[in-house]
Design a protein around this ligand. Structure first.
Ligand code: PLP
Length: 420
């Protein structure tokens, strides 16, 4: 027997992801950082563009700091969004930076970030990248014994003391994470049981020992899963430190904090994670009592702060289905099209930006301008009636948008990016 309350009203079309907090309307239009979308597009001179909001970046960091123990350092994994203005703005808000290439190191240097605040993880670091990082004083999170030996050789040749940490491939992964990065055979890190021997070798070679990096996954929305994983990370770090026979100077506990992209996704309960960490930090083993403890976050810090704006250039109907054809597409927003690490395609939050407060009236698919059926930003969304010239907003575009999309595909080129 079904009660009335259980019968959820079924909207036409397919559901959209939840529009993040902090986006209001001015004169019925979507406003970002207090500026109307149409004005932002006009100022940029051209669509498509990514708009990143200082206010949302700031509010996100504020809430995170308030939730986490004071002792916990918060690093920004810049691969999520390495735009120079964003890095500049984040410089006062975060404690450190995580990079995954010498290219990212060059970007940070350009922005004027002190390389001593930077650590470098990632498989396949070339000799030239190791050299650039060691010479700059960046901490290397070593991914293998071979990489460790190459780093030591390069440091000896440069006559500098390298800052070396080991990335551990743990024997567990994070439940419910969108992308698993630990547990079983992996190209990342050194298998946990081989870490003590390598650490001993590095310390004996005279390197500055910077402890462990344990990263287990990405885009987790379950606080429970993250709390459990952090417990496992602390326990594994303790075990390894005991085998090495000295306390750890530093532990990078990983990250994996997710954001709600899709219908039904709930925001991560960071207050619960912070409270659990606080409890654990009050009772750390000797091996970790004095360690520099940090987490590294990418999308959580910047994902919700970005909106992708593109313009409707054509509206057409095919076999009864309405298409809004835009000047944007998967070449800027691969993830929203469902082609970047997703198994089942679901809709990101989207809106007709210049009709932000208009009621939904029509089911339409928002597609890009690329000549491929993959180029679909919104599948059968229930939207206000849109016309040629209207602006489409795709939310959750602050992370893995501009940088993780094939901008050169079909000769389209990159989108503009502005921080407001
Ligand atoms: C990609 C990556 C991150 C950032 O992941 P998010 O899901 O954006 O938080 C952090 N650390 C490492 C080692 C990574 O590879």
């Amino acid at each position: 027997m079904k009660s009335a309350a259980m019968k959820k009203e079924k909207l036409p079309g397919k559901p959209l992801g939840p529009i993040p907090e902090g986006y209001e309307a001015i004169d019925g239009e979507l406003a970002i950082g207090g500026q109307k979308a149409s004005l932002l597009a006009q100022q940029a001179g051209e669509t498509p563009l990514f708009v990143y909001s200082r206010q949302v970046l700031h509010d996100t960091m504020d809430r995170l700091r308030a939730a986490m123990p004071d002792r916990l350092h918060i690093n920004y994994a810049i691969k999520a969004n390495p735009h120079a203005d964003v890095l500049h703005f984040m410089a006062d808000l975060v404690d450190g930076y995580d990079i995954a290439s010498a290219g990212e190191l060059a970007i940070l240097k350009e922005v004027g970030i002190d390389p001593a605040r930077v650590s470098f993880a990632g498989p396949g670091k070339r000799d030239a990248e190791l050299e650039a990082a060691i010479a700059a004083g960046v901490t290397l999170n070593l991914e293998s014994e071979g990489e460790a030996r190459r780093a030591l050789d390069i440091a000896a040749r440069l006559a500098v003391t390298p800052r070396l940490a080991i990335r551990v491939n743990p024997d567990f992964d994070m439940k419910g994470s969108g992308m698993k990065m630990g547990g079983g055979a992996k190209p990342f890190g050194v298998d946990a049981e081989r870490v003590p021997a390598l650490a001993t070798e590095i310390i004996a070679a005279g390197a500055e020992w910077r402890g462990l990096h344990i990263y287990t996954g990405s885009q987790a929305l379950s606080a429970e899963a993250i709390i459990e994983t952090q417990g496992n990370v602390l326990a594994l770090a303790d075990t390894i430190a005991r085998e090495i026979g000295q306390p750890l100077p530093k532990l990078n506990m990983g990250g994996g904090f997710g954001i709600p992209y899709f219908p039904g996704d709930e925001p991560l309960d960071i207050e619960a994670i912070g409270a659990a960490l606080e409890e654990r930090f009050a009772d750390l083993p000797d091996t970790l009592a004095d360690a520099h403890l940090c987490i590294e976050l990418g999308r959580y810090l910047v994902g919700l702060a970005g909106v992708y704006l593109c313009r409707v250039v054509d509206k057409k109907v095919s076999h009864g289905e309405t298409y809004l054809v835009t000047d944007g597409g998967l070449h800027h927003q691969l993830a929203a099209s469902g082609n970047f690490g997703t198994v089942i395609r679901r809709n990101y939050p989207a809106a007709i930006a210049n009709r932000f407060e208009a009621p939904p009236e029509e089911v339409a698919s928002i597609v890009g301008c690329l000549c491929t059926p993959l180029d679909r930003l919104t599948d059968k969304g229930f939207l206000p009636r849109a016309e040629v010239g209207d602006l489409v907003a795709i939310f959750c575009a602050g992370a893995y948008g501009a940088t993780a999309s094939p901008a050169q595909f079909l000769g389209q080129g990159p989108a503009r990016e502005v921080l407001v």
